[in-house]
Write a protein that binds this ligand. Structure first.
Ligand code: NDP
Length: 501
């Protein structure tokens, strides 16, 4: 629950956990400061959950699942709750967007889009769950085979800080639609809008125990959720290293897993593309969200005949990006989410310089106009990068792009696929056949032709290779939260007669 505390000059929010329908402090009463990354101010104190809190939440979710209070509801009734949640998100969209900007740092305009998408996602799954479901098969007489879909059970949902509201909704909406109960852990860095979302879910009247939220550290609360035997599935979005840990932790009780992980996505620009459109999307692909987007176009591959011209125009445009506090409507790019993350991004920039990449612009922390209080890094680009460089192979998750040239289609495809990741990618060309040829060769789950970033609730989201396992959104996103059961019905109830006596 979001209670406001008055502490000296600054008003802070008091973020409790939600377990079995009650708003609670941590079992050892510890809290953690939540910071506004644009100003460095403490904006909230969040309960610091413990293993005991995670276990209490899991027990509540298990009891609620077994009671059938949610899974046994007719789908139209579950859908009605989801629609109510969507309406409440819409009603509070402005307040939610302001809170998202205050906690994550993203510009208000981006936060506003996220709230619209969040409401739409609940509506999408409300519609889907009431659709015809299951299959029947004509098998050998006298049998009739049918297939039904059932909820998985208790689902552990663990999300990162880059889209605090939207990543929560991408999991909670399909998990609830399918009839599961939930133990949800937001990022400790950005618990504000996730807490507000749980408040909305409570207001919508979802029965107690169905949705539980535990704040706290990944290695403590997240690890307990991933490893606990009573959690039937874990759906995780975050870094690839953490994803590997979750996979191992989940192995003991053979949990179902769904992993949405990192990326190092290529944006391929051919000489025959619409040049200004390609430059525009290349900027959007990397600097939107300050580059803290899993699908960010963090590697730009440019055909050699337009390489110099591209660099010139890209630099000219990037230098005009307005960086500042996301709460200012003029701001186009906000801060990074935390001091720790800013330091990580700056260390990658250092590594790019040391490995001999050509720094085109940026490359430093921004401190003018009060930005010294927050965690701002200038839009940054390196040119003439090569495949073995860390800034080409590793996910930086900041406003830093590596630009490389290629000579032909085959080389573009080779460079594009030559990392451990396979989340996203784009191709810019007006030659439709070439665009599709190249896209089909990309080892990535999310792709665009002459565009970058737009994605829709209807289409599946997820990666190849070390970018993940499974898909969010679309019908595939619902499948993740369902078990499939075959039912074989004997239409002539007589003994099988296999054994003589
Ligand atoms: P992390 O992997 O560090 O954390 C993600 C979540 O996992 C957080 O809630 C974190 O808790 C928790 N966690 C950390 N350690 C453990 C553990 N040992 N066991 C269980 N849970 C744990 O990622 P970030 O939050 O830094 O997010 C950035 C990453 O997310 C990037 O790599 C990005 O690419 C990826 N991402 C992928 C998306 C996709 O759709 N493919 C979408 C968005 C982001 P804590 O609160 O302690 O941090």
């Amino acid at each position: 629950m979001l209670e406001t505390q008055n502490t000296q000059a600054v008003k802070t929010l008091d973020l409790k956990m939600y377990i079995n329908g009650e708003w609670t402090n941590s079992s050892d009463n510890k809290t953690r400061e939540v910071i506004n990354p644009a100003t460095g101010e403490v904006i909230a104190q969040a309960a610091e959950g413990t293993v005991a809190d995670a276990r209490a939440a899991i027990a509540a979710a298990k009891e609620a699942f077994e009671s059938g209070v949610w899974s046994d509801l007719p789908t139209v009734e579950r859908a009605a709750y989801l629609l109510k949640i969507a309406d409440k998100i819409d009603e509070k969209a402005e307040e939610l967007a302001a809170l998202e900007t205050m906690n994550n740092g993203k510009p208000l305009r981006e936060a506003g889009f996220d709230m619209g998408d969040a409401a739409a996602c609940f509506r999408y799954y409300a519609g889907m769950i009431t659709q015809p479901d299951g299959e029947t098969y004509h098998v050998a007489d006298p049998m009739q085979a049918m297939v039904v879909r059932e909820p998985v059970g208790v689902c552990g949902l663990i999300v990162p800080w880059n889209f605090p509201m939207l990543m929560s909704v991408w999991k909670i909406a399909p998990a609830l639609a399918a009839g599961n109960t939930i133990v949800f852990k937001p990022s400790e860095v950005t618990p504000v809008t996730p807490t507000k979302l749980i408040e909305i879910i409570e207001e919508a009247g979802v029965p107690k125990g169905v949705v539980n939220m535990v704040h706290g550290a990944g290695p403590v609360v997240g690890n307990e959720i991933a490893s606990h035997k009573d959690v039937d599935m874990v759906s995780f979005t975050g870094g690839t290293k953490t994803g590997k840990h979750i996979m191992k932790a989940a192995a003991d009780n053979m949990k179902k897993i769904s992993l949405e992980l990192g990326g190092k996505s290529p944006n391929i620009i051919f000489a025959d593309s619409d040049f200004e459109v390609a430059v525009d999307y290349a900027l959007f692909g990397i600097y939107c969200g300050s580059g803290q987007v899993c699908s960010a176009g963090s590697r730009i591959l440019v055909e050699e005949s337009i390489y110099d011209k591209f660099i010139e125009r890209f630099t000219e445009r990037a230098k005009q990006i307005q960086v500042g506090n996301g709460a200012d409507p003029e701001t186009e790019m906000g801060p990074l989410v935390s001091q720790q993350h800013m330091e990580k991004v700056l260390s990658y920039i250092e590594s790019g310089k040391q490995e001999g990449a050509r720094l085109l612009f940026g490359g430093e922390r921004l401190t003018e106009n009060g930005m010294d209080k927050g965690f701002f890094v200038a839009p940054t680009a390196f040119a003439d990068t090569t495949q073995e460089m860390k800034i080409v192979q590793e996910e930086i998750f900041g406003p830093v792009v590596a630009i490389q040239k290629f000579k032909d289609e085959a080389e573009a495809i080779h460079l594009a696929n030559d990392t451990d990741y396979g989340l996203a990618g784009a191709v810019f060309t007006v030659d439709g056949a070439k665009a599709l040829r190249v896209i089909k060769k990309l080892r990535a789950g999310i792709t665009w032709i002459n565009s970058y970033h737009p994605t829709y609730n209807e289409a599946p989201w997820g990666g190849y290779k070390q970018s993940g396992i499974g898909r969010s959104l679309g019908t595939y996103g619902l499948d993740e939260f369902q078990e499939i059961k075959q039912i074989n019905i004997n239409l002539e109830v007589e003994p099988v007669g296999w054994f003589k006596n």
